[in-house]
Design a binder for this molecule. Structure first.
Ligand code: GTR
Length: 423
C-alpha cells in the first residue's frame, strides 16, 4: 500500500514536471511588454505627491486588484468571537509561552472555526510577531504534542499520512523544517500560525470555508468580481490581526505577515488590504504573487487559472493568454504596500515562480517608495545569490528549490529587526 502511494506521488510529480516543461524558461523568449505606470492616474495625469498617491492613485490600483484579480472581500465580515482555548507558560524548556485561540464566525446557523497557534518569547513583555499560514495544520510546524489537530478538510499527502482529507497524529511535526520556531523566539519575536484550510479549504468548491457566509439568498458561488480563495485567506489574516489587537501580550503595531508560495500571494494581498501589517513578506510567491504576469516566464495566468480555478476571481480569467490587457501588474501590488517595508524572497531553482519577475516587481514598485523618500530596489539588475538587499523593499535569491529554509527566515528576521527596531 505504502509503495502504491509513493508510486502515485512520483507519478503526480512527473506529470507536474512534464506540464511545467511546456512553459517558457528561456529569458530570450520573454515577450516585450509595457507595464502600467503606478504613478500615472487613469486620466493620464502624473502622480507627484504622496497625497495624490494615497487619495487618488492607490485607491484606483487597489480597486483594480479587487475587481480584476483577487476579488472583493465582503465588507464588514468579522469573526464573532475569540477565545483562548489552551495555554501554557512553559514551552520548549521555558523559552516560550503558547496560546491556542479559537476564532469563531457565526452567521445564519453556520459556524466557521479557525485556530491560531501562538508562541511568544518569555523574555519579551509585549512581543512583535510573525504571522503566517501553514499548509497542513498547526500541529505540523513544531514538535509539540499539545498543538490541537484541525478537523478541517486537508489535501491528501500520503507521505505525511494524510489520506482521507483528514489529518492524524502521523503528521505532527512534519513541517518543522519550514518553521524554525526556536530561532524566531530567540530573536525576540513571537510566531502565530493558522491552517489556511480552516479559513477556506484549497479546493474548487465554493460551498465550504468562509465563502458561504457572504452569500446573498440563493447564491452558491462568488460573483465575477467577488473573492476567490486568495482573498479569503487574506481575510483570515485580517481576522488574526483583529485578535492580536486584543491581546496585551502582543505588540500589534509590530506584526510581520509572511507566506510561502500560494500563501505568499495571500500575504502580499493581505498586506495591501490591511495596512495594520507593519511588514509584509512573500517567499517564492510567483505568479499572482510577486512575479510580473507580463513576463510569462514559468507559470502563466492561463495556467494558474486552469490549475487553480478557485484562487482568483472569475474576472481574472479574462487575462488568460492576454496579460497585456491586465489593467495592473504585480509591481503595483508591491506598490500598494508602500511605504511599509516589504520583502520578496526567491529561490534559484524555483524557475516556475520566475525569480527575475519577482525581483522586477520590487524594482518597478520602487518609484512609489521614492515618493515617500524611501529606497526600494533601484537597480534593474538582480543581486547575486545570497546577497540580500535590506532597503524598504528587500530582496534575496538563495540557492535551492521552492521551499522555506532557515536562510530565508534569517533574512526575514534581519529585515524585521532593521525596519521595526532600527537595528
Ligand atoms: C504550484 C502553483 C504555484 C504555487 C505553488 C504552491 O503548483 O503553480 O503558483 O502557488 O503551487 O503554492 O506551492
Amino acid at each position: 500500500m505504502k509503495h502504491f502511494f509513493t508510486f502515485l506521488t512520483c507519478l503526480f510529480l512527473a506529470v507536474q514536471l512534464q506540464a511545467q516543461n511546456e512553459f517558457n524558461y528561456d529569458e530570450s523568449k520573454v515577450p516585450q511588454f509595457t507595464l502600467p505606470n503606478p504613478l500615472v492616474l487613469s486620466g493620464g495625469k502624473k502622480v507627484k505627491s504622496v497625497k495624490v498617491w494615497e487619495k487618488k492613485r492607490r485607491p484606483e490600483i487597489f480597486r483594480l486588484f479587487e475587481e480584476q484579480v483577487y476579488g472583493k472581500i465582503p465588507a464588514g465580515l468579522k469573526m464573532t468571537s475569540f477565545k483562548v482555548v489552551e495555554q501554557s507558560d512553559h514551552v520548549f524548556n521555558g523559552l516560550a509561552r503558547r496560546k491556542q485561540v479559537e476564532m469563531v464566525l457565526q452567521k445564519d446557523g453556520r459556524e466557521l472555526l479557525v485556530y491560531l497557534l501562538i508562541y511568544l518569547p518569555q523574555t519579551v513583555e509585549k512581543a512583535p510577531l510573525f504571522v503566517g499560514y501553514n499548509f497542513y495544520g498547526n500541529h505540523t510546524i513544531a514538535d509539540d504534542a499539545e498543538i490541537m489537530l484541525t478537523q478541517s478538510w486537508v489535501a491528501n499527502n500520503p507521505s505525511f499520512g494524510i489520506i482521507n482529507n483528514q489529518i492524524t497524529e502521523q503528521s505532527r511535526g512534519v513541517r518543522t523544517n519550514r518553521w524554525p520556531v526556536k530561532m524566531i523566539l530567540e530573536s525576540g519575536y513571537g510566531l502565530a500560525t493558522m491552517y489556511y484550510g480552516d479559513v477556506d479549504p484549497d479546493r474548487n468548491n465554493f460551498s465550504d470555508g468562509v465563502h458561504p457566509f457572504a452569500y446573498l439568498y440563493g447564491q452558491t458561488q462568488p460573483r465575477a468580481n467577488e473573492w476567490g480563495a486568495i482573498s479569503a485567506w487574506a481575510w483570515g489574516l485580517t481576522q488574526a490581526m483583529d485578535y492580536f489587537e486584543t491581546d496585551p501580550d502582543i505588540d500589534a503595531s509590530k506584526v510581520a505577515v509572511m507566506g510561502h508560495s500560494r500563501l505568499g500571494k495571500a500575504s502580499l494581498w493581505a498586506g495591501a488590504v490591511d495596512q495594520r501589517f507593519a511588514v509584509v513578506i512573500s517567499n517564492n510567491s510567483g505568479c499572482g504573487g510577486a512575479a510580473l504576469s507580463r513576463r510569462r516566464f514559468g507559470e502563466t495566468v492561463q495556467r494558474i487559472n486552469t490549475a487553480f480555478p478557485h484562487w482568483f476571481c472569475t474576472n481574472f480569467k479574462a487575462y488568460n493568454d492576454n496579460e497585456n490587457n491586465l489593467p495592473v501588474d504585480q509591481h503595483e501590488l508591491i506598490a500598494l504596500i508602500a511605504p511599509r517595508p516589504v520583502y520578496i524572497a526567491s529561490a534559484e531553482q524555483d524557475r516556475w515562480a520566475d525569480p527575475k519577475g519577482e525581483y522586477l516587481s520590487g524594482h518597478y514598485a520602487s518609484p512609489v517608495y521614492q515618493l515617500y523618500g524611501m529606497e526600494g530596489l533601484p537597480s534593474a539588475d538582480m543581486p547575486p545569490l545570497h546577497q540580500p538587499i535590506m532597503n524598504r523593499i528587500g530582496y534575496h535569491i538563495r540557492e535551492g528549490v521552492h521551499d522555506v529554509t532557515d536562510y530565508d527566515w534569517q533574512q526575514f528576521i534581519r529585515f524585521a529587526d532593521k525596519h521595526l527596531f532600527g537595528k
